[in-house]
Design a binder for this molecule. Sequence first.
Ligand code: ADP
Ligand code: MG
Length: 237
Amino acid sequence: EEKVRDLRRTLGVKVTGPSPPKPVTSFGHFGFDEPLLKAVRKAEYTQPTPIQAQAVPTALSGRDIIGIAKTGSGKTAAFIWPLLMHLMDQKELQPGDGPIGLILAPTRELSLQIYNEAKKFGKVYNLNVVCCYGGGSKWEQSKALEQGAEIVVATPGRMIDMVKMKATNLKRVTFLVLDEADRMFHMGFEPQVRSICNHVRPDRQTLLFSATFKKRIERLARDVLTDPVRIVQGDLN
Ligand code: ADP
Ligand code: MG
């Protein structure tokens, strides 16, 4: 127990919530399968970042997460890796199947970054990843969704458009990520984010990431997460 406290202090992470798992500071101890370990080696990452060290074992244990850490701390992989492991136990994709992993992000640029990260680490598994954002072609995005996809990365407004157009559905979503929740709120996406959360099955796993943790985000967390583990890296602002 004291060792775990020291380790967290060294990593600069504060953890609250019911019985969080202990941090894991080497890739070999995450419990990843060989293809994923290989992809991580190929990316030339030598060690998990502090937020990854605490968030990855927490997500792999099936828990909901509130992850607060500043830009550049490696949050994307902290949810992509557990999502890939989550996908590995699922049955084969049929055309028209909606996503199992749904990631919401505030902008086209950020969605594309996450999409590329998901492709980078998911390549070994031959997954279908689709990215949908405002300003892109609705026709192309809906065509891509209609082929079926295990992972969808989307801006909230466009995701709702795609569901309304029946290009996809939220029935299979069991792993939901709200990335940069504070920025999504700044951009006025709170109603869309809440609507999507309300249409995803309640027994899903939900991960919420944000650079800041103000009242509105706290309220969202209370409404959409179940017994979350809260991980704060660095100083809260
Ligand atoms: P955040 O979402 O917290 O702003 P990102 O996920 O975009 O951060 O990661 C920032 C950069 O760090 C990216 O270029 C990413 O490839 C790199 N990165 C992520 N994890 C590691 C790691 N364990 N070791 C080295 N680099 C990493
Ligand atoms: Mg990020």
